[in-house]
Write a protein that binds this ligand. Structure first.
Ligand code: GLV
Ligand code: MN
Ligand code: MN
Length: 417
Protein backbone atom coordinates (compact mmCIF):
# COMPACT_ATOMS: atom_id res chain seq x y z
CA UNK A 1 0.00 0.00 0.00
CA UNK A 2 1.22 3.50 -0.68
CA UNK A 3 0.02 6.79 0.67
CA UNK A 4 -0.69 9.37 -1.99
CA UNK A 5 1.21 12.58 -1.45
CA UNK A 6 -1.52 14.88 -2.69
CA UNK A 7 0.01 18.05 -1.28
CA UNK A 8 3.41 17.37 -2.75
CA UNK A 9 4.35 20.38 -4.81
CA UNK A 10 5.78 18.97 -7.98
CA UNK A 11 7.99 21.93 -8.79
CA UNK A 12 9.65 21.70 -5.40
CA UNK A 13 9.12 25.27 -4.27
CA UNK A 14 9.93 24.08 -0.74
CA UNK A 15 13.35 22.66 0.10
CA UNK A 16 12.07 19.21 1.07
CA UNK A 17 12.44 17.30 4.31
CA UNK A 18 15.86 15.83 3.52
CA UNK A 19 17.30 19.21 2.72
CA UNK A 20 15.83 20.77 5.88
CA UNK A 21 17.25 17.87 7.93
CA UNK A 22 20.61 18.54 6.28
CA UNK A 23 20.48 22.13 7.57
CA UNK A 24 20.71 20.84 11.16
CA UNK A 25 22.81 17.74 10.52
CA UNK A 26 25.97 19.23 12.04
CA UNK A 27 24.34 20.70 15.13
CA UNK A 28 25.00 18.76 18.32
CA UNK A 29 26.91 15.80 16.88
CA UNK A 30 28.38 13.75 19.74
CA UNK A 31 32.02 12.87 18.95
CA UNK A 32 32.24 10.40 21.85
CA UNK A 33 28.95 8.50 21.82
CA UNK A 34 28.15 9.00 18.13
CA UNK A 35 24.84 10.40 16.97
CA UNK A 36 23.54 13.57 18.59
CA UNK A 37 23.49 15.02 22.09
CA UNK A 38 21.18 18.02 22.13
CA UNK A 39 19.98 19.00 25.58
CA UNK A 40 17.93 21.84 26.94
CA UNK A 41 19.70 25.20 26.67
CA UNK A 42 23.07 23.73 25.73
CA UNK A 43 24.88 25.12 22.67
CA UNK A 44 23.23 22.63 20.32
CA UNK A 45 19.77 23.38 21.66
CA UNK A 46 20.35 27.12 21.32
CA UNK A 47 21.59 26.65 17.74
CA UNK A 48 18.54 24.55 16.88
CA UNK A 49 16.25 27.18 18.38
CA UNK A 50 17.92 29.85 16.23
CA UNK A 51 17.54 27.61 13.16
CA UNK A 52 13.84 27.11 13.98
CA UNK A 53 13.29 30.87 14.25
CA UNK A 54 15.05 31.45 10.91
CA UNK A 55 13.17 28.67 9.13
CA UNK A 56 9.83 29.87 10.45
CA UNK A 57 10.61 33.49 9.55
CA UNK A 58 11.46 32.39 6.00
CA UNK A 59 7.89 31.08 5.77
CA UNK A 60 6.50 34.33 7.13
CA UNK A 61 5.56 32.73 10.47
CA UNK A 62 5.70 34.75 13.65
CA UNK A 63 7.69 33.00 16.39
CA UNK A 64 7.18 33.35 20.12
CA UNK A 65 8.64 31.45 23.05
CA UNK A 66 6.12 30.62 25.75
CA UNK A 67 6.88 30.82 29.46
CA UNK A 68 8.21 27.25 29.51
CA UNK A 69 10.73 27.37 26.70
CA UNK A 70 8.47 25.94 23.97
CA UNK A 71 8.66 27.71 20.60
CA UNK A 72 5.48 28.49 18.63
CA UNK A 73 5.57 29.68 14.99
CA UNK A 74 2.22 31.10 13.89
CA UNK A 75 0.86 31.00 10.36
CA UNK A 76 -1.91 33.53 10.70
CA UNK A 77 -2.77 35.55 13.76
CA UNK A 78 -2.78 33.60 17.01
CA UNK A 79 -6.42 32.84 17.74
CA UNK A 80 -8.94 30.18 18.79
CA UNK A 81 -9.24 26.68 17.34
CA UNK A 82 -5.65 26.78 16.08
CA UNK A 83 -4.26 23.64 14.47
CA UNK A 84 -0.89 22.83 16.04
CA UNK A 85 1.76 20.51 14.69
CA UNK A 86 5.39 19.85 15.60
CA UNK A 87 7.54 17.84 17.98
CA UNK A 88 10.86 18.46 19.75
CA UNK A 89 14.45 19.30 18.83
CA UNK A 90 16.34 17.80 21.80
CA UNK A 91 17.77 14.27 21.85
CA UNK A 92 18.80 11.53 24.24
CA UNK A 93 22.58 11.27 24.82
CA UNK A 94 24.02 9.87 21.59
CA UNK A 95 20.60 9.76 19.95
CA UNK A 96 19.50 9.53 16.35
CA UNK A 97 18.82 12.34 13.93
CA UNK A 98 15.07 11.83 13.53
CA UNK A 99 13.47 11.42 16.96
CA UNK A 100 11.95 14.86 17.38
CA UNK A 101 13.47 16.90 14.56
CA UNK A 102 11.59 14.95 11.88
CA UNK A 103 8.29 16.18 13.34
CA UNK A 104 9.44 19.80 13.48
CA UNK A 105 11.02 19.73 10.02
CA UNK A 106 7.96 18.01 8.51
CA UNK A 107 5.67 20.60 10.09
CA UNK A 108 7.68 23.43 8.51
CA UNK A 109 7.76 21.57 5.22
CA UNK A 110 4.00 20.92 5.31
CA UNK A 111 3.37 24.64 5.80
CA UNK A 112 5.70 25.35 2.87
CA UNK A 113 3.76 22.85 0.71
CA UNK A 114 0.46 24.49 1.54
CA UNK A 115 1.76 28.00 0.97
CA UNK A 116 3.23 26.98 -2.38
CA UNK A 117 -0.13 25.49 -3.32
CA UNK A 118 -1.87 28.77 -2.49
CA UNK A 119 -3.81 27.35 0.44
CA UNK A 120 -5.20 29.94 2.84
CA UNK A 121 -6.05 28.46 6.25
CA UNK A 122 -9.37 29.38 7.85
CA UNK A 123 -7.90 28.73 11.29
CA UNK A 124 -4.44 29.65 12.51
CA UNK A 125 -1.82 26.95 12.02
CA UNK A 126 1.05 26.83 14.48
CA UNK A 127 4.30 24.88 14.36
CA UNK A 128 5.61 24.01 17.82
CA UNK A 129 9.00 22.83 19.08
CA UNK A 130 8.65 21.54 22.64
CA UNK A 131 11.47 21.91 25.16
CA UNK A 132 13.38 18.92 26.65
CA UNK A 133 11.05 16.14 25.50
CA UNK A 134 13.59 13.44 26.30
CA UNK A 135 14.28 14.68 29.82
CA UNK A 136 17.94 14.03 29.14
CA UNK A 137 19.25 17.06 31.02
CA UNK A 138 16.88 17.44 33.99
CA UNK A 139 15.42 13.91 34.14
CA UNK A 140 11.80 14.84 33.44
CA UNK A 141 10.47 13.66 30.08
CA UNK A 142 8.25 16.12 28.18
CA UNK A 143 9.39 18.87 30.51
CA UNK A 144 8.13 21.75 28.35
CA UNK A 145 4.70 20.28 27.64
CA UNK A 146 4.31 19.12 31.26
CA UNK A 147 4.94 22.63 32.54
CA UNK A 148 2.66 24.12 29.89
CA UNK A 149 -0.21 21.80 30.78
CA UNK A 150 0.25 22.05 34.55
CA UNK A 151 1.29 18.40 34.87
CA UNK A 152 4.50 19.41 36.65
CA UNK A 153 5.04 21.88 39.45
CA UNK A 154 7.41 24.69 38.39
CA UNK A 155 8.99 24.90 41.84
CA UNK A 156 9.89 21.20 41.77
CA UNK A 157 11.28 21.59 38.24
CA UNK A 158 13.41 24.58 39.25
CA UNK A 159 15.10 22.45 41.92
CA UNK A 160 16.04 19.63 39.54
CA UNK A 161 19.75 19.26 38.75
CA UNK A 162 21.62 18.11 35.68
CA UNK A 163 24.62 15.74 35.72
CA UNK A 164 26.96 18.61 36.60
CA UNK A 165 24.86 19.69 39.56
CA UNK A 166 23.49 22.77 37.75
CA UNK A 167 19.90 23.41 38.81
CA UNK A 168 17.18 24.04 36.27
CA UNK A 169 16.74 27.43 37.89
CA UNK A 170 20.40 28.29 37.31
CA UNK A 171 20.35 27.08 33.71
CA UNK A 172 17.16 28.98 33.03
CA UNK A 173 18.50 32.24 34.44
CA UNK A 174 21.87 31.77 32.69
CA UNK A 175 19.95 31.69 29.38
CA UNK A 176 18.42 35.05 30.29
CA UNK A 177 15.02 33.54 31.10
CA UNK A 178 12.75 34.44 34.00
CA UNK A 179 11.65 31.56 36.29
CA UNK A 180 8.49 33.53 37.09
CA UNK A 181 7.15 32.66 33.62
CA UNK A 182 7.27 28.89 34.29
CA UNK A 183 3.98 27.07 34.77
CA UNK A 184 0.61 26.19 33.30
CA UNK A 185 -0.74 28.25 30.41
CA UNK A 186 -4.38 27.12 30.20
CA UNK A 187 -5.34 29.89 27.78
CA UNK A 188 -2.68 28.76 25.32
CA UNK A 189 -3.93 25.17 25.46
CA UNK A 190 -7.56 26.26 25.25
CA UNK A 191 -6.73 28.08 22.02
CA UNK A 192 -5.71 24.85 20.30
CA UNK A 193 -8.36 22.98 18.32
CA UNK A 194 -6.07 20.07 17.49
CA UNK A 195 -2.47 18.90 17.84
CA UNK A 196 -0.90 16.49 15.37
CA UNK A 197 2.66 15.25 16.04
CA UNK A 198 4.52 13.51 13.23
CA UNK A 199 7.32 11.25 14.50
CA UNK A 200 9.72 8.66 13.22
CA UNK A 201 8.49 5.19 14.17
CA UNK A 202 10.54 3.69 17.00
CA UNK A 203 10.05 0.08 16.03
CA UNK A 204 9.79 -2.04 12.88
CA UNK A 205 6.04 -2.41 12.56
CA UNK A 206 5.72 -0.34 9.37
CA UNK A 207 8.78 -1.90 7.76
CA UNK A 208 7.32 -5.34 8.41
CA UNK A 209 3.95 -4.25 6.99
CA UNK A 210 5.58 -2.64 3.95
CA UNK A 211 3.84 0.67 4.65
CA UNK A 212 5.33 4.16 4.94
CA UNK A 213 2.93 5.74 7.44
CA UNK A 214 0.63 4.97 10.36
CA UNK A 215 -1.37 6.86 12.93
CA UNK A 216 -0.94 6.21 16.66
CA UNK A 217 -3.65 4.49 18.66
CA UNK A 218 -2.08 4.81 22.12
CA UNK A 219 1.08 5.38 24.15
CA UNK A 220 1.72 2.67 26.69
CA UNK A 221 2.27 3.85 30.30
CA UNK A 222 5.76 4.30 31.65
CA UNK A 223 7.70 5.65 34.58
CA UNK A 224 11.20 6.47 35.78
CA UNK A 225 12.66 5.74 39.20
CA UNK A 226 16.05 6.52 40.71
CA UNK A 227 17.58 3.63 42.67
CA UNK A 228 20.23 4.65 45.19
CA UNK A 229 22.37 1.95 46.77
CA UNK A 230 24.48 2.98 49.75
CA UNK A 231 27.39 0.89 51.00
CA UNK A 232 30.77 1.55 52.56
CA UNK A 233 33.59 3.23 50.67
CA UNK A 234 36.99 1.65 51.31
CA UNK A 235 40.38 0.68 49.90
CA UNK A 236 40.47 -1.77 46.96
CA UNK A 237 43.70 -3.41 48.17
CA UNK A 238 43.42 -3.57 51.91
CA UNK A 239 39.76 -4.57 52.31
CA UNK A 240 39.17 -8.37 52.30
CA UNK A 241 36.42 -9.66 50.01
CA UNK A 242 34.52 -10.99 53.01
CA UNK A 243 32.70 -8.24 54.84
CA UNK A 244 32.76 -5.67 52.06
CA UNK A 245 29.62 -3.56 51.61
CA UNK A 246 30.18 -2.77 47.96
CA UNK A 247 27.21 -0.87 46.42
CA UNK A 248 28.40 -1.60 42.88
CA UNK A 249 28.12 -5.34 43.49
CA UNK A 250 24.74 -4.79 45.14
CA UNK A 251 23.55 -2.68 42.21
CA UNK A 252 24.71 -5.33 39.73
CA UNK A 253 22.55 -7.88 41.54
CA UNK A 254 19.65 -5.41 41.61
CA UNK A 255 19.94 -4.86 37.86
CA UNK A 256 19.62 -8.58 37.25
CA UNK A 257 16.54 -8.49 39.47
CA UNK A 258 15.09 -5.71 37.28
CA UNK A 259 15.52 -7.88 34.21
CA UNK A 260 14.12 -10.98 35.96
CA UNK A 261 11.00 -9.13 37.14
CA UNK A 262 10.34 -7.84 33.61
CA UNK A 263 10.72 -11.30 32.11
CA UNK A 264 8.40 -12.71 34.78
CA UNK A 265 5.81 -10.02 33.99
CA UNK A 266 5.34 -11.29 30.45
CA UNK A 267 6.22 -10.32 26.88
CA UNK A 268 4.59 -6.85 26.99
CA UNK A 269 6.68 -5.75 29.97
CA UNK A 270 9.77 -3.58 29.54
CA UNK A 271 12.42 -2.61 32.07
CA UNK A 272 15.66 -0.79 31.37
CA UNK A 273 18.61 0.49 33.35
CA UNK A 274 20.38 2.72 30.85
CA UNK A 275 22.18 5.02 33.21
CA UNK A 276 24.33 4.30 36.25
CA UNK A 277 26.49 6.56 38.36
CA UNK A 278 29.09 5.47 40.88
CA UNK A 279 30.47 7.62 43.68
CA UNK A 280 33.34 8.41 43.86
CA UNK A 281 34.05 6.42 40.63
CA UNK A 282 37.71 5.52 41.20
CA UNK A 283 39.47 2.40 39.93
CA UNK A 284 41.11 1.57 43.26
CA UNK A 285 38.18 2.62 45.41
CA UNK A 286 35.30 0.53 46.72
CA UNK A 287 32.43 2.92 46.02
CA UNK A 288 30.26 4.37 48.75
CA UNK A 289 27.21 4.82 46.54
CA UNK A 290 25.85 3.48 43.26
CA UNK A 291 22.80 4.93 41.55
CA UNK A 292 20.77 3.69 38.60
CA UNK A 293 17.81 5.04 36.68
CA UNK A 294 15.04 2.52 36.09
CA UNK A 295 12.56 2.85 33.19
CA UNK A 296 9.52 0.54 33.28
CA UNK A 297 6.81 0.30 30.62
CA UNK A 298 3.83 -2.04 30.26
CA UNK A 299 0.39 -2.25 28.68
CA UNK A 300 -1.61 -0.80 31.57
CA UNK A 301 -0.89 1.60 34.42
CA UNK A 302 -1.55 -1.11 37.00
CA UNK A 303 0.83 -3.46 35.16
CA UNK A 304 3.62 -0.88 35.48
CA UNK A 305 2.88 -0.51 39.21
CA UNK A 306 2.75 -4.29 39.74
CA UNK A 307 6.01 -4.79 37.86
CA UNK A 308 7.62 -2.02 39.89
CA UNK A 309 6.52 -3.64 43.15
CA UNK A 310 7.94 -7.01 42.12
CA UNK A 311 11.12 -5.36 40.84
CA UNK A 312 11.71 -3.49 44.06
CA UNK A 313 11.03 -6.53 46.24
CA UNK A 314 13.63 -8.49 44.27
CA UNK A 315 16.09 -5.59 44.20
CA UNK A 316 15.66 -4.97 47.94
CA UNK A 317 16.57 -8.60 48.68
CA UNK A 318 19.55 -8.51 46.31
CA UNK A 319 20.89 -5.32 47.87
CA UNK A 320 20.32 -6.52 51.44
CA UNK A 321 22.31 -9.69 50.67
CA UNK A 322 25.30 -7.41 50.08
CA UNK A 323 24.70 -5.57 53.37
CA UNK A 324 23.85 -2.40 51.49
CA UNK A 325 20.78 -0.14 51.62
CA UNK A 326 18.39 0.68 48.77
CA UNK A 327 16.28 3.83 48.48
CA UNK A 328 13.93 4.63 45.61
CA UNK A 329 12.62 7.94 44.24
CA UNK A 330 9.94 8.25 41.56
CA UNK A 331 11.10 10.76 38.96
CA UNK A 332 8.10 10.61 36.64
CA UNK A 333 5.02 8.55 35.83
CA UNK A 334 3.16 8.81 32.54
CA UNK A 335 -0.20 7.03 32.46
CA UNK A 336 -1.55 5.32 29.37
CA UNK A 337 -2.65 7.70 26.59
CA UNK A 338 -5.44 6.90 24.16
CA UNK A 339 -5.43 9.41 21.32
CA UNK A 340 -8.56 11.24 20.18
CA UNK A 341 -10.46 8.58 18.22
CA UNK A 342 -12.43 11.01 16.01
CA UNK A 343 -9.32 12.98 15.06
CA UNK A 344 -7.27 9.83 14.55
CA UNK A 345 -9.97 8.29 12.34
CA UNK A 346 -10.25 11.51 10.36
CA UNK A 347 -6.50 11.61 9.79
CA UNK A 348 -6.39 7.92 8.85
CA UNK A 349 -9.20 8.52 6.35
CA UNK A 350 -7.41 11.57 4.93
CA UNK A 351 -4.36 9.34 4.44
CA UNK A 352 -6.26 6.60 2.61
CA UNK A 353 -6.76 4.38 5.64
CA UNK A 354 -3.28 4.00 7.12
CA UNK A 355 -3.14 1.61 10.10
CA UNK A 356 -3.33 2.68 13.75
CA UNK A 357 -0.54 1.29 15.94
CA UNK A 358 0.34 1.74 19.63
CA UNK A 359 3.77 2.95 20.69
CA UNK A 360 6.07 2.16 23.57
CA UNK A 361 7.73 5.59 23.34
CA UNK A 362 6.67 8.72 25.18
CA UNK A 363 5.72 11.93 23.34
CA UNK A 364 4.58 15.49 24.04
CA UNK A 365 1.40 14.46 22.21
CA UNK A 366 0.66 12.22 25.19
CA UNK A 367 0.90 15.16 27.58
CA UNK A 368 -1.36 17.34 25.43
CA UNK A 369 -3.93 14.59 24.77
CA UNK A 370 -6.00 15.14 27.96
CA UNK A 371 -6.36 18.84 27.06
CA UNK A 372 -6.54 19.05 23.26
CA UNK A 373 -7.80 16.61 20.57
CA UNK A 374 -4.46 15.03 19.70
CA UNK A 375 -3.17 12.51 17.19
CA UNK A 376 0.14 11.24 15.84
CA UNK A 377 1.51 10.17 12.47
CA UNK A 378 4.44 7.73 12.33
CA UNK A 379 6.97 7.51 9.50
CA UNK A 380 8.57 4.12 8.74
CA UNK A 381 12.00 3.45 10.25
CA UNK A 382 13.70 0.64 8.28
CA UNK A 383 15.92 -0.60 11.11
CA UNK A 384 13.42 -0.01 13.90
CA UNK A 385 16.32 1.36 15.96
CA UNK A 386 15.73 4.54 17.93
CA UNK A 387 17.49 6.46 20.72
CA UNK A 388 20.73 5.41 19.02
CA UNK A 389 22.71 6.58 15.99
CA UNK A 390 21.24 3.76 13.86
CA UNK A 391 17.81 5.43 13.86
CA UNK A 392 16.70 6.25 10.34
CA UNK A 393 14.03 6.94 7.77
CA UNK A 394 14.16 6.84 3.98
CA UNK A 395 14.09 10.23 2.27
CA UNK A 396 11.07 9.27 0.18
CA UNK A 397 9.13 8.22 3.29
CA UNK A 398 10.00 11.52 4.96
CA UNK A 399 8.69 13.44 1.95
CA UNK A 400 5.56 11.28 1.94
CA UNK A 401 5.13 12.04 5.64
CA UNK A 402 5.39 15.80 5.16
CA UNK A 403 2.97 15.71 2.23
CA UNK A 404 0.56 13.64 4.32
CA UNK A 405 0.87 16.14 7.16
CA UNK A 406 0.09 18.92 4.70
CA UNK A 407 -3.05 17.03 3.66
CA UNK A 408 -4.03 16.72 7.31
CA UNK A 409 -3.46 20.43 7.97
CA UNK A 410 -5.48 21.30 4.88
CA UNK A 411 -8.29 19.10 6.17
CA UNK A 412 -8.17 20.48 9.73
CA UNK A 413 -7.52 24.14 8.96
CA UNK A 414 -9.39 24.51 5.70
CA UNK A 415 -12.71 26.23 5.06
CA UNK A 416 -15.56 24.36 6.71
CA UNK A 417 -13.19 22.44 9.00
C1 GLV B 1 11.12 9.16 24.79
O1 GLV B 1 11.27 9.05 23.59
C2 GLV B 1 10.84 8.01 25.61
O2 GLV B 1 10.02 7.18 25.20
O3 GLV B 1 11.45 7.88 26.66
MN1 MN C 1 12.78 9.83 22.19
MN1 MN D 1 10.47 11.97 20.32
Amino acid sequence: MTVRARSGVADRMSPGVASRMAQIADIGRDPVRGGYSRHLLDNADLALRAWFRRSAADLGLEVEQDGNGNLWAWWGVRGPQAVATGSHLDSVPGGGAYDGPLGVVSALEAVAHLQAAGFVPSRPVVVVAFAEEEGSRFGLPCLGSRLLSGASDPEAVRARTDRDGVTFDEAWRAAGLDPATLGAEPDRLAGLGAFVELHVEQGRDLEDRGMPLAVASAIIPHGRWRLTVDGEGNHAGTTPMAGRRDPVVALAAAILAVRDAAVAAGPAARATIGRVQVTPNGTNVIASRAEAWLDIRAEADEDVRAQLADTLARAEAAVAAEECALSVTEESFSPIVAFDAALTDRIAATLDGVPAIPTGAGHDAGILAPHVPTAMIFVRNPSGVSHAPGEGARDEDCETGAAALADVLRELAGAGA
